[in-house]
Design a protein around this ligand. Structure first.
Ligand code: M6R
Length: 613
């Protein structure tokens, strides 16, 4: 939610800020703005409602705005509708302090009342303006410098925030602050950067520092000084980012989503290959000891959205091989449901971004209750990764499209790997079975490539059904879990109403919605329940529904006897079926959205990284 950038150095800032924002637009895209300081013009603020392209055009790619220091913002509105005035940067009354913010200032109303009582006028509906006005209030009222004023402001504000602050009275620096919202420092030669995400920095520097909660940083062209919450100087560890720059570019594809779908075989290779040795799972420096795993009585999987759907697959797979109860909880519900968690509970937190606020809050609640946390995270150095007892990175590479694809599929295999590792520790799976599943896992990328080669068939089915207004996904067991993801993919990017049901539930209500021509995507890849899948298809057909079915090659012909259309995936181990089966569902959603003319990479009202509650 919202992207922040900052630059101070010898180059013109505005073009660099706009370029950085273009990499962060996936985080929010209802308005954008920059504040730049130049000795001749002072602090100038430029902002516009709409996509970044509007601002970019207005500023001629940044060329019309002089200055070598500045901050920028791309917004996902929380307080105040998308509008020019509510866009960031927000400025103080005198116009001398500009603030960009990602997060929510929870006590903004009370602070606004206080400031208004002191005669400070407000111009926007945002919570962020409070920060700009409060910092200026401390500068003027207490006669302190900008850094001290920021420190005083931090003692007053509550909530989650990443802030970039530029002040006309100290124009050689940017002040950055982080609490519960990501913020990354970039160390360049003769320049310093600030960004919500490394993708915005990587063209200019690979040397980054991940800010910790409560930290304040002062960026100048000569370097970056960090302070802890007591404003004592701290030494920041510098990490090196080894991502390929191309990984965060479209590379000739029309959409990031399609590129990321196509990248899945390679991503799976990266996530799995190094973690299999001699027919066993191998995790380097794994902090959850065998003794610890042996005393685990219950596993909780906690996540949001697609990551939660990975957890749903995980419940079936893990319970089957571990014989340990697995509960899956929506992170947004977890901390409010008084969860039964203790030292014998392993909590597995799944998050592509590693920054989802609900997931982070659930992690902290689970820790407070005494559980150990294993996280499956894609973004290296993200907050969830850093607060976990053990992180298993999914190594999917940067995922830019709001709709996750390779993020999801890499989470699936890494969770399977963990399940197999734990099953070997518990002795619930023998070495031979484990080896066979791992060998099959190594074949997944090749099989996935075969699924991707069949994309024209899926495009054809999309052309048949793209103008439907309502779709149902049905399946049992792992097929049901996979249906949840297929349904979410479709609705989030094509805006078609779509729901996923466990097939057996149809007759308990949903079947009344099936009428002539209703599209039902029937998932029947799980061989053990294939006959039941067939029966459900027949029931839907009998009520006039159109059935597009998904099954394995072995069952394709059989299914074609009852369904209107069939897509097949290669046969594989039951545990791995969702890894292959989700790919046609992603492609189906993609093509349907394309045919409906939707903004595929940036669906309305959404953002990639959800850092508000
Ligand atoms: O970064 P996370 O995995 O924590 O994100 C969780 C959800 O916000 C995310 O999966 C969301 O549902 C996607 N847009 C689905 O495509």
């Amino acid at each position: 939610m919202c992207g922040i950038v900052g630059y101070v150095g010898n180059e013109q800032a505005a073009p660099l800020l706009l370029e950085g924002l273009s990499k962060l637009e996936y985080r929010g895209y209802d308005s954008a703005g920059v504040a730049v300081y130049d000795p001749s013009t002072g602090l100038s603020v430029h902002k516009a409602k709409g996509r970044l392209a509007v601002l970019d055009k207005m500023l001629d790619g940044g060329r019309s705005v002089p200055g070598r220091v500045g901050v920028g913002h791309t917004r996902w509105a929380t307080h105040g509708a998308p509008s020019d005035v509510n866009s960031h940067p927000q400025i103080s009354r005198s116009g001398r302090i500009a603030v960009v913010h990602n997060g929510i200032i929870e006590n903004y109303a009370e602070l606004k009342d206080f400031l208004q009582g002191q005669g400070v006028p407000f111009t926007s509906e945002t919570d962020t303006e409070v920060v700009a006005q409060l910092v200026e209030y401390f500068c003027e009222h207490d006669g302190v410098d900008i850094l001290e004023a920021v420190g005083r402001c931090l003692r007053r504000i509550e909530g989650a925030y990443a802030l970039g602050i530029l002040c006309a009275d100290a124009p050689d620096q940017i002040i950055a602050v982080r609490k519960d919202s990501p913020l990354i420092l970039g160390y360049g030669d003769g320049c310093s950067f600030l960004a919500s995400d490394v993708t915005a920095l990587i063209r200019h520097t690979r040397r980054v520092g991940y800010m910790d909660d409560g930290e304040v940083a002062v960026l100048t062209k000569d370097g970056i000084q960090c302070y802890n919450h007591l404003m004592q100087p701290v030494e920041k560890e510098i990490s090196y980012v080894d991502w390929e720059i191309d990984a965060a570019e479209k590379g000739g594809y029309e959409h990031f989503m399609f590129k990321e779908i196509m990248e899945q075989p390679q991503a799976i290779r990266r996530a799995v290959g190094p973690r299999i040795r001699d027919g066993e799972v191998f995790f380097e420096d794994f902090a959850l000891s065998d003794d610890y795993l042996r005393q685990v009585k219950k596993i909780y999987i906690v996540a949001c959205g697609s990551s939660y759907h990975v957890g749903m697959v995980g419940k079936y797979n893990l319970e089957r091989i571990l014989r340990v109860p697995v509960e899956v909880a929506l992170a947004s519900e977890f901390r409010y449901m008084d969860p039964i968690v203790d030292g014998a509970t392993l909590v597995i937190v799944i998050s592509q971004s590693g920054e989802t606020l609900d997931t982070m809050a659930a992690l902290r609640e689970a820790k407070r209750l005494g559980a150990k946390i294993l996280s499956l995270v894609n973004v290296v150095g993200s907050s969830i990764a850093r607060e976990s007892d053990q992180v298993l990175y999914t190594w999917a590479g940067p995922e830019i499209a709001v709709a996750t694809t390779k993020g999801y599929s890499t989470q699936l295999v890494v969770l399977d790997l963990f399940g197999l590792h734990m099953a070997r520790v518990l002795g619930t799976i023998d070495a031979e079975t484990c080896r066979a599943i791992l060998e099959e896992m190594l074949r997944l990328p090749e099989k996935m490539e075969a699924v991707l080669e069949n994309k024209d068939a899926i495009q054809y089915y999309a052309s048949q059904y793209f103008n439907h207004n309502s779709v149902f996904f049905i399946g049992r067991n792992v097929d049901y879990a996979m249906g949840l993801e297929g349904s979410l993919k479709l609705k989030e990017i094509s805006y078609i109403h779509s729901e996923a049901y466990a097939s057996g539930e149809l007759k308990h209500g949903t079947i009344s919605l099936i009428e002539e021509g209703t599209l039902v995507v029937a998932l029947g890849t799980y061989a053990r329940l294939f006959d039941k899948a067939m029966s459900n298809i027949v029931e839907v057909k009998a009520r006039g529904g159109d059935v597009l079915a998904l099954t394995t090659e072995d069952h394709g012909q059989e299914m074609a006897k009852v369904a209107n259309g069939v897509v097949t995936i290669p046969n594989t181990h039951p545990m791995l079926l969702p890894s292959l089966g989700v790919v046609p569902l992603q492609l189906f959603a993609y093509y349907v959205a394309l045919m409906r003319g939707c903004d595929i990479d940036k669906p309305r009202n959404l953002a990639k990284s959800v850092t508000v509650e």
